[in-house]
Design a protein around this ligand. Structure first.
Ligand SMILES: Cc1cc2nc3c(=O)[nH]c(=O)nc-3n(C[C@H](O)[C@H](O)[C@H](O)COP(=O)(O)OP(=O)(O)OC[C@H]3O[C@@H](n4cnc5c(N)ncnc54)[C@H](O)[C@@H]3O)c2cc1C
Length: 478
């Protein structure tokens, strides 16, 4: 195994894969380390239970210190993009203006970001969910919105030729149709063709910044390994990247490390109907709220559903009452409220070296959630639901912050060039750099930022990009 590289990327999700593509396209020698296993469309786990166990950190059961929120994150080649719903939105001016204010970084504006969004979107097949895609849950959602004179819009999803009988709830455990535009179907195969080497089941334990290169230590399938690179990029996600730096005791040098953690907490509400809704069939997410008042009030609504295991976790209680509720799985309609959380949480390491996620719900965020949930109750009430249940358990899928980007070293961990403050060979370009919660699906912006980061990193590293380097490599392979 080659032990010294131009770049080592830790993590293969939305950020790591985009970086890998643009760096290898330029001729750089890149190694990617991913803690999770590698699956393909043919080998993804066959059911919800196995998907949770095999594709997620801690079986999808990372909880906040107050046990009120469950954090779900991918542990697999392709990261969160393997288990996510691939709803891809650009940030609006509200989000970018807030980022510019919080970070002091001038390029957070649409005129600067557009070219990065364009660059990554050109590699993705994007589809607006049409009326012909709707299942009954989506129809009920739209009927409810129209009864209450609320504005809605179709969701934009990364998918390609889903075909008749789209059964996309299954692809939350990895898309078996090669349709969902995960990193495994888009950026990673291109990067591999350009020379990227991926080591899966390599969990990085430590990163040591030296004067002219960075050392990475970890275990490949349980075997200790030490590798080096001129530049190391942490793309292990908000929890993974922050944890690595906290474990290295870097909070003494980086006072903002672990701070400003956000997660768009979500509440799911089920409306039980006399009719069969079958929310799990067909395209299980097609429409969202677009009412400008909701943006102002700090929440959004999406039509959504989940597999039986997840739905049973959301319903409190046990025994006959729980069974009575779950037996009506086919009669459930469901709407989610996702809050643009204003109050930041904190990531810490406890004395056993374990990550602790401190994210209590502030009064303000509780009020935003209550307002959104009231709208959902009004919708289901207007549609004649015979029972309405809002889950008290909060779900967090958009994990952001912990290593914020900014110009002020007391309030941020990386500078506008994605370098960790004071460590010129160590970069971060994943969702951990978010300075606050945008209130918008984050992954497309993670990819767009990774594109910008790749340009800066190539220039910093002085990798001469280079058709000649690339063709030399191709010649060597041939
Ligand atoms: C169920 C679900 C649905 C979602 N739906 C959407 C959606 O529809 N639209 C949207 O925009 N966003 C969605 N998201 C969020 C989106 O997937 C994330 O924002 C995005 O993947 C973050 O990208 P990232 O590169 O920062 O991290 P990730 O994609 O999480 O990748 C990080 C990778 O690093 C690896 N890693 C971590 N620690 C280590 C280590 N020590 N050593 C080696 N490897 C390590 C992890 O295993 C992982 O593969 C969803 C998330 C989930 C869980």
């Amino acid at each position: 195994m080659k032990r010294f590289h131009d770049f080592i990327i830790v993590g293969s999700g939305a950020s790591g894969s985009v970086l890998a593509h643009f760096l290898t396209q330029a001729g750089a020698d890149v190694l990617m380390l991913e803690a999770g296993k590698r699956f393909s469309a043919d080998t993804f786990p066959a059911n919800e239970m196995d998907a949770n166990a095999q594709l997620m950190w801690n079986g999808g059961m990372d909880a906040s210190t107050d046990a009120g929120t469950l954090f779900i994150r991918g542990k697999v080649v392709g990261g969160g993009t393997i288990i996510n719903q691939c709803l891809l939105d650009r940030f609006d001016d509200v989000a970018l203006d807030d980022w510019r204010t919080a970070s002091g970084i001038p390029y957070f504006r649409s005129s600067e970001m557009t070219r990065h969004y364009d660059a990554v979107e050109s590699h993705l097949s994007l589809h607006y969910m049409e009326k012909s895609d709707w299942n009954r849950n989506a129809e009920l959602y739209v009927q409810g919105f129209e009864k209450l004179a609320l504005e809605w819009a179709p969701l934009r999803r990364g998918q390609k030729d889903c075909g008749e009988g789209n059964d996309c709830i299954v692809c939350l455990g990895g898309c078996p149709r090669k349709s969902k535009q995960s990193m495994l179907e888009t950026f990673l195969p291109k990067a591999e063709k350009q020379g990227l080497q991926i080591l899966s089941e390599f969990e990085v334990a430590e990163v040591v910044h030296g004067s002219s290169f960075v050392t990475v230590q970890g275990k490949l399938k349980g075997q200790p390994q030490t590798l080096h690179a001129r530049k190391v990029i942490l793309a292990a996600g908000a929890l993974g990247t922050t944890q690595l730096l906290l474990k290295a005791g870097m909070e003494k040098r980086l006072p903002a490390l672990g701070q400003y953690f956000h997660c768009h907490p979500q509440w799911m509400t089920v409306g039980l109907f006399d009719e069969i809704v079958d929310s799990h069939k067909g395209a299980f997410q097609s429409v969202k709220s677009s009412d400008p008042r909701f943006r102002q009030w700090g929440f959004k609504l999406e039509n959504v559903f989940a597999g039986p295991i997840a739905m049973s976790l959301l319903k409190p209680g046990y025994g006959f009452e729980h069974q009575r509720f779950m037996k009506q799985y086919r009669n459930m309609a469901c709407i989610e409220v996702a809050v643009r959380d204003q109050e930041a949480g904190q990531l810490r390491i406890n004395n056993k070296g374990r990550l602790q996620i401190h994210k209590p719900l502030s009064d303000g965020d509780r009020q935003r959630a209550d307002r959104g949930n009231q709208v959902v109750h009004d919708i289901f009430g207007a549609l004649g639901a015979r029972e309405i249940m809002t889950s008290p358990l909060r779900i967090a899928l958009h994990l952001m912050g912990g290593c914020g980007i900014g110009t002020d070293e007391r309030r941020s961990v990386v500078n506008e060039g994605f370098q960790v403050h004071g460590m010129p060979h160590l970069y971060i370009a994943d969702s951990s750099i978010f300075p606050n919660a945008p209130g918008i699906n984050p992954s497309l912006s993670v990819m767009a930022l990774a594109h910008r980061a790749s340009e800066i990193m190539l220039a910093d590293a002085g990798v001469r990009v280079t058709k000649s380097t690339r063709s030399r490599k191709q010649e060597q392979k041939a």
